[in-house]
Design a protein around this ligand. Structure first.
Ligand code: ZN
Length: 399
């Protein structure tokens, strides 16, 4: 293991590696695991990584655990666009990273693999997590693997099918009469008062989430010139994890050029976009409401980190309406064969709106974060047509 220390980016305080901590004890800021990159450089090279099977475990040395809890998450396809790239006509190559193909149907499994392994190292028996659904389902699955008792708290507008998934994997589920941010507050209290191990968008989850970034760079054979990566932003852990992955591969000399990041939020919950545009700190959003429930985080835990990552990369942010998200989702399914949940189509919605800002001959990777089967029926356009089983009905359809 190559961990060196834990660092608070807000106040600069350092903590020893491996500490059981979630936020900075001094300022409450978001924490980051820092590795001994000099030591890593001597031990880890591309030949070694590429001799391994292509999935989340290929990048083992970049994780702060001895043994990730794994069910072969990651290794998801990077698919070149079949139709949308051409119909956009903006002159860039478009790729989709299909994260819906992870074991529980979203990118969250990458983070759970590391976070649950860490909980085991800390000898936790009970774990608690606030979730709009995807993280809850993932954490529930991985807790089962690791024999941990799992408690999930969801907001009242959580999607029913995700709740079924959480229950299916065996967690205890509590739906609160309130928002995601209120569920978050409650689980932090459970940690503080009752010592239940806390899971969520904290430092160890980010370390696992990095693998989506590693994989994209790997799948593009480390040719990162004029590369853009587009990601939805909820708590902001995903896009900031992608940025950490980029910087780590750069530090180890695997890539020369840094990609630019585009962070996309829903108009009904876009506190980070507002902060990005006005140049001030992220202000919590009281009435967060969007069809992309998976990114409905009114008080984003990693908001500040998102701003820094995007600015450092030279990229930008965009907001999209619910209508634009649903239109992008329909396009993804009908033109690319990729059935995504609404949040999974947010990157494409952002590209449809702001793709003109990307110069020709660039490579653009759009993150499709979660599977369409995780969606309520109500927002799927079109309806099935009921027919009788009499062969005569075929005349009305094809005749
Ligand atoms: Zn601090």
């Amino acid at each position: 293991m190559f961990e060196d220390h834990i660092f608070c980016e807000t106040c600069g305080r350092k903590y020893p590696a491996g500490r059981k901590i979630f936020r900075c004890g001094r300022c409450g800021g978001s924490l980051e695991v820092i590795f001994d990159y000099g030591k890593m450089r001597r031990k880890v090279n591309l030949k070694l990584l590429r001799s391994r099977r292509f999935d989340h475990l290929r990048y083992l040395e970049f994780y702060p655990v001895k043994k990730p809890v794994s069910i072969q998450e990651g290794g998801t396809p990077l698919v070149r666009s079949s139709n949308i790239e051409h119909s956009l006509g903006l002159g860039f190559q478009l790729w989709f990273k299909n994260e819906g193909l992870n074991p529980s149907g979203s990118f969250k499994d990458r983070g759970s693999s590391i976070e649950i392994a860490k909980a085991k190292e800390f000898r936790a028996r009970k774990v608690v997590c606030a979730s709009t659904g995807n993280m809850g389902a993932s954490v529930s699955a991985y807790s089962g693997l690791a024999n941990l008792e799992c408690y999930i708290f969801t907001p009242e507008d959580a999607v029913p099918v995700k709740l079924e998934q959480i229950l299916g994997y065996g967690a205890r589920l509590y739906k609160i009469s309130g928002s995601y941010s209120q569920a978050e507050k409650l689980v932090r209290e459970a940690n503080r008062k009752y010592g239940v191990h806390l899971l969520g968008d904290y430092l160890y989850r980010r370390e696992g989430t990095k693998s989506v970034g590693f994989e994209i760079l790997d799948q593009l054979d480390f040719r990162t010139k004029d590369l853009w990566i587009v990601s939805p932003v909820g708590n902001g852990t995903l896009i900031s994890a992608v940025w950490k992955a980029v910087k780590e591969f750069e530090t180890l000399g695997f890539i020369k050029d840094r990609p630019k990041l585009i962070g996309v939020q829903a108009e009904g919950c876009n506190p980070v976009v507002k902060a990005f545009r006005s140049g001030v700190n992220v202000k919590p959003f009281k009435r967060a409401r969007t069809v992309a429930v998976a990114i409905e985080c009114g008080d984003p835990l990693d908001g500040r980190r998102v701003l820094e990552s995007i600015r450092e990369s030279g990229g930008f942010m965009e907001s999209v309406s619910d209508g634009e998200i649903l239109k992008a989702r329909e396009m993804l399914a009908r033109k690319e064969g990729l059935f995504a949940e609404p949040a999974g189509a947010v990157s494409l919605a952002g590209l449809l709106k702001a793709g003109k800002r990307i110069k020709k001959r660039s490579k653009v990777v759009s993150l499709v974060t979660g599977h369409g089967l995780k969606t309520p029926k109500t927002d799927i356009p079109g309806r099935e047509i009921r027919i009788s089983k009499d062969p005569g009905v075929l005349k009305g359809i094809f005749g």
